[in-house]
Design a protein around this ligand. Structure first.
Ligand code: 13P
Length: 337
């Protein structure tokens, strides 16, 4: 492992004005997304849709890397070039989701722990050889009914750190993602408290397991009101509370924080990111690693129709541009037009 290579790739992923496109939906999730626009999920439709995304002309102005699912990094362009090689030619760094999903945590009241450590060293080596330079692992933390338990937070933090260290050993920049879900009717202060504790546990484990902070990225949720909460915190409050939480828990050595969108609307996800960057300087780059908030309009426009590929790509490019502006505090709803 070269620390220098890790650091340079981590910094490239959060280069000024750039963020990450998360398109690593598992087979089950992409099936639901495609079904929502009336498309059957087949090897061919998944390949076509993912190719549509990363071949969007000009995307690399705003998007540094794309997170892929295992299937995607094994697929090829019509001319036989592998998808990861094609991405690199287009200026997009290929990344790979390496966890194998959140499974029921034994002994808990329906809480989840993310699996995928068995054999990970060998898989990391294979992905590196295929051209991937970064990875993602997502832990899922639910709020409600005495959840999350300390057991759940600790088990997930431990696994995230083991994953991160293994990735760094094999040359992949780990994206460490402890996602506190928006589901529930909790208020923003509850989200603040749970996110604080989750980040505290995660950074304690990253430290204990010797993860090189300069060669990783953090992918957190924003501190936000639960979806079902009667009082929804406004944009400025979300930005302020999220920043307070991050300043208390994330070492300045981490080069970048790339948020997940987690079910926020496209425009709100841009507005929140913008408010965190507008007129402020931070020790880390503050950018995006959105899935739904980047893809949703493109997916809907495409709806499986070949003659809509260009229109769908225009939608993706627009969202990528809006979020790029938000990383610089230059976004405004008026630009949505
Ligand atoms: P969303 O932005 O849709 O939450 O997806 C990001 C992601 O990669 C979740 O793991």
């Amino acid at each position: 492992m070269s620390l220098q290579e890790l650091e340079s790739n981590a910094n490239a992923l959060v280069a000024p004005g750039k963020g990450i496109l998360a398109a690593d939906e598992s087979t089950g999730t992409i099936k639901k997304r495609l079904a929502s626009v009336g498309v059957e999920s087949t090897d061919e439709t998944r390949r076509g849709y993912r190719r549509l995304l990363f071949t969007t002309e000009g995307l690399s102005q705003f998007v540094s890397g794309m997170i892929c699912y295992d299937e995607t990094v094994r697929q090829n362009m019509p001319n036989g070039t592998s998808f990861p090689a094609a991405m690199r030619e287009l200026g997009i760094i290929p990344g790979i989701k390496v966890d194998t999903g959140a499974k029921e945590l034994a002994g808990s009241d329906g809480e989840k722990v993310t699996e995928g450590l068995d054999g990970l060293r060998d898989r990391v080596a294979e992905y590196y050889a295929m051209g991937c330079r970064f990875a993602k692992w997502r832990a899922v933390i639910e709020i409600g009914n005495a959840k999350p338990s300390r057991t759940c937070l600790e088990a997930n933090a431990h696994a995230l750190a083991r994953y991160a260290r293994l990735c760094q050993e094999g040359g992949l920049v780990p994206i460490v993602e402890p996602e506190v879900l928006m589901d529930g009717d909790h208020d923003i202060e509850t989200c603040y408290a749970v996110t604080s504790e989750a980040l505290h546990q995660v950074f304690a484990q990253l430290y204990r397991q010797n993860v090189h902070l300069e060669g990783m990225l953090l992918k957190p949720n924003m501190v936000i009101s639960g979806k079902g909460c009667a009082t929804q915190a406004d944009v400025e409050t979300v930005a302020t509370r999220t920043l307070e939480c991050l300043y208390r828990h994330v070492p300045a050595a981490v080069p970048g924080i790339v948020f997940l969108s987690g079910g926020q609307s496209d425009e709100l996800a841009s507005a929140h990111l913008n408010a965190m960057n507008a007129g402020r300087q931070h020790p880390w780059a503050m950018s995006f690693s959105y899935g739904r908030a980047l893809q949703a309009p493109a997916l809907k426009t495409w709806s499986g129709k070949d003659d809509q590929v260009a229109a769908a790509q225009a939608k993706l490019l627009h969202r990528a541009k809006m979020n790029s502006l938000a990383t610089k505090g230059e976004y405004s709803a008026a630009l949505e037009g």
